[in-house]
Unconditional design. Structure first.
Length: 281
């Protein structure tokens, strides 16, 4: 209820008592307009002290009441806009905090990969030979526009699914099967192109893993969401640069995506990051 219009003299309960009851039991206090034929200063003072918003003398002037209703409505509208704005700011702040945590994961990921390379070089006694660039200069010409559009739609679906994980609401029993299906669709599109076969296999396996680890998935839904958001960030970077632009090497993002997928799986399987511990040289 946004506005309450009450008289002072009423049977069973007076207007003053009604106002006190509203203030005691309502989480959201409405604008209160009091009508009264009395105009004593003592009455007005008591009403002001209990927090009324407007006082209207009787006999009632319709235009006066309309003006007061307009003012009250404007205050209510501004109050709701302020609450909406504060909620939006809070959501943006939470999103920024999650992105900061994702960046930390990415830095740890990079440091871990760097240390692995250093260990490999030390064990081999020399730097490992680099693979020659694969001849994939014409891959972009073979990408179908309908596949690009479908991947864009799937990216939007994944964003929505991940956003639901941070809303504090209980997810229904169909949530994980539907999420798994989106990853499976993504994988099937990639699988039609030789350049993305390996990545498609990883994504398809990931879709099966999250189906089998539903209990752990739901146990710490916000932490799971952060891992999935990190994966989604890598997946979007891949889609934008490889599918919407012509990348020099379409396989360039495979390593990052595979590592992100493995991190999510390790988390869901309860494998703590002993093998991901970072050593600084």
């Amino acid at each position: 209820i946004d506005i309450v219009i009450t008289d002072i003299n009423m049977p069973i309960m007076s207007g003053s008592e009604l106002i006190k009851q509203i203030q005691e039991y309502s989480e959201y206090e409405p604008m209160i307009i009091v009508l009264s034929a009395h105009n004593e200063s003592r009455l007005l003072t008591s009403l002001i002290n209990i927090g009324i918003n407007f006082f209207v003398n009787k006999p009632l002037d319709k235009q006066v009441l309309l003006n007061i209703l307009f003012k009250a409505s404007r205050i209510i509208s501004e109050r709701k806009l302020l609450v909406e704005y504060e909620n939006k700011l809070q959501q943006e702040l939470e999103a920024m905090e999650r992105k900061n945590r994702i960046l930390e994961y990415k830095l740890n990921q990079l440091a871990y990969q760097t240390n692995q390379n250093i260990r490999q070089e030390h064990s081999n006694g020399s730097a490992a030979p680099k693979n020659e660039n694969l001849h994939t200069y014409d891959y972009y010409d073979n990408i179908l526009s309908e596949d690009k559009e479908e991947l864009q739609d799937l990216a939007g679906e994944l964003d929505n699914f991940i956003a639901m994980m941070f809303q504090g609401e209980r997810l229904d029993t169909n949530y994980i099967p539907k999420l798994s299906q989106v990853y499976r669709k993504y994988a099937s599109i990639l699988n039609t192109y030789p350049e993305f076969g390996e990545l498609a296999s990883y994504l398809h396996n990931f879709s099966e893993v999250i189906l089998g680890l539903e209990s752990k998935f739901m146990q710490d839904i916000e932490q799971t969401g952060i891992y999935l958001e990190s994966l989604q960030l890598s997946l979007e970077t891949f889609r934008q640069n490889v599918w919407n632009k012509k990348a020099k090497d379409p396989r360039f993002y495979n390593a990052s995506l595979k590592t992100d997928i493995e991190m999510v799986i390790n988390f869901l399987e309860g494998k703590e990051s002993a093998e991901n511990e970072i050593e600084f040289f």
